[in-house]
Design a protein around this ligand. Structure first.
Ligand SMILES: Cc1cc2nc3c(=O)[nH]c(=O)nc-3n(C[C@H](O)[C@H](O)[C@H](O)COP(=O)(O)OP(=O)(O)OC[C@H]3O[C@@H](n4cnc5c(N)ncnc54)[C@H](O)[C@@H]3O)c2cc1C
Length: 389
């Protein structure tokens, strides 16, 4: 086991292609995203117009096989893409991560070939946008306590209930939704379904007015006698919740990468400011306590990146990485909060206003310790893996 870890570890140096990938996503984010971030943030505008450009770079189907319209990249490549988007705008990065890592990934992992042809190809090519509905108003961390039901009627399933905090709940075209099909069976009585926008009985509810990640659309989704064909059952009946745990294992690597990119962006903004801003006749970046903050954040970002790439490298080897992805997500999100807070502190009063990126990183970052399982839940997942007797 230890030797196997070392071999994964040794492979973590990035290839020339990965360095090129990083440069091209960074250039794209700097030119196509950076000029708009505050405008999108203030108006809570979800930049749907960006989707064709993201698709042209393969960012709407990063890890899916080319036969399904994807770019066929590795999990480590995926981290590089998500990280570079988050370094500039965590909101866009969140939308790309939710599309790739939740809705589309669930179809990729558990869909039949016919479902992949019909639903995954348009998602991976950016023609359509994915959403994924697990959370409900009364069931977040305890997701298996969901109330949404799906009842079999002839060759259809009829869905009733609602989902809360759904990324692309309003703009998503293809949604994977979890619903109870047999309550007596507990979490083995939950199944997943594919529902397309426009299906009668399926509609978006309230759009959330958020603290951060404001350019990533988050809405309630409502099902009222929504009939979908039996062919829209995704994975085996009763396996939806268990499949969800596997989707989340991989999805958490995406949130870890988002956190690393966000922390990198916050750190760079603080470092640049520290050498622009002068007090007492010298740049504040020459003061020891400011230097200590910068150095510690730089080291923590690098440690989080390594944990994240390690989880991704294990995924690339086709091995389950529940422990590693939870560790990466927990650590990366918590250090990103720290880097963003220090970023505001280093900016002083200018960190408290919208003229500098520090303020937005500070708001955006909080989602990373909440979405796809809170920090408290990551600790439970890690404890179950490490401390099981
Ligand atoms: C911007 C945004 C986008 C999202 N996108 C999606 C999406 O696309 N699809 C989707 O399905 N969901 C989505 N979510 C929902 C998200 O996954 C949940 O908010 C999250 O899982 C937490 O659930 P909750 O909000 O109900 O909090 P709760 O579960 O009510 O938790 C409240 C607090 O209690 C703590 N807590 C709960 N249980 C325990 C425990 N056993 N031990 C210790 N502490 C505990 C939590 O850690 C937290 O601090 C999104 C949320 C946000 C904010």
């Amino acid at each position: 086991m230890a030797l196997w870890y070392i071999s994964v570890w040794m492979d973590l140096s990035l290839s020339d292609d990965q360095a090129l990938l990083r440069r091209s996503i960074r250039e794209f984010a700097e030119t196509e995203i950076r000029p708009h971030i505050m405008e999108w943030d203030e108006s809570q505008h979800f930049p749907k117009e960006l989707v064709p450009k993201l698709a042209a770079l393969g960012l709407m189907g990063i890890q899916f096989e080319e036969m399904w319209g994807g770019a066929g990249m590795s999990a480590v490549d995926y981290c590089i893409c998500i990280e570079e988007l988050a370094r500039v705008d965590p909101s866009v990065s969140l939308s790309v991560a939710a599309h790739n890592g939740l809705g589309a990934a669930h179809i990729n992992m558990f869909g039949t070939d016919a479902q992949k042809r019909k639903y995954l190809v348009p998602l991976a090519t950016g023609e359509k946008l994915a959403a994924w509905g697990l959370t409900e108003a009364q069931s977040g961390s305890d997701a298996a306590a969901m109330r949404t039901t799906a009842a079999r009627q002839g060759d259809c399933w009829v869905l009733n209930g609602s989902k809360q905090f759904i990324t692309h709940g309003k703009y998503g075209d293809t949604m994977v939704v979890m619903a109870v099909t047999d309550r007596a069976k507990g979490n083995r009585g939950i199944s997943a379904f594919i529902v397309e926008r426009g299906t009668p009985g399926f509609r978006a509810g309230k759009k959330e007015d958020k603290l951060g990640m404001r350019a990533s659309e988050t809405s309630e989704v409502i099902f009222e006698n929504c009939r979908v064909s039996a062919e829209n059952l995704l994975g085996e009946e009763g396996q939806g919740f268990l499949n969800t745990l596997q989707v989340l294992d991989a999805g958490r690597i995406g949130i870890a990468a988002l956190s690393v990119g966000l922390a990198q962006g916050a750190y760079e903004a603080a470092r640049n400011y520290a050498f622009e801003r002068r007090q007492f006749g010298q740049p504040i970046g020459t003061f020891q306590s400011i230097r200590a903050k910068l150095v510690e954040n730089a080291a923590r970002v690098e440690a989080a990146r390594l944990l994240t790439y390690r989880a991704a490298a294990i995924k690339d080897q086709g091995t389950r990485m529940t422990l590693e992805s939870a560790m990466a997500k927990l650590y990366a999100s918590e250090i990103a909060v720290r880097a963003s807070e220090d970023g505001v502190q280093i900016h002083g009063g200018y960190g408290f206003v919208k003229d500098y990126p520090a303020e937005k990183f500070f708001r955006d970052v909080k989602l990373t310790t909440i979405g796809e399982g809170t920090s408290e839940i990551q600790r439970l997942v890690i404890a179950r893996q490490l401390l099981a007797s």
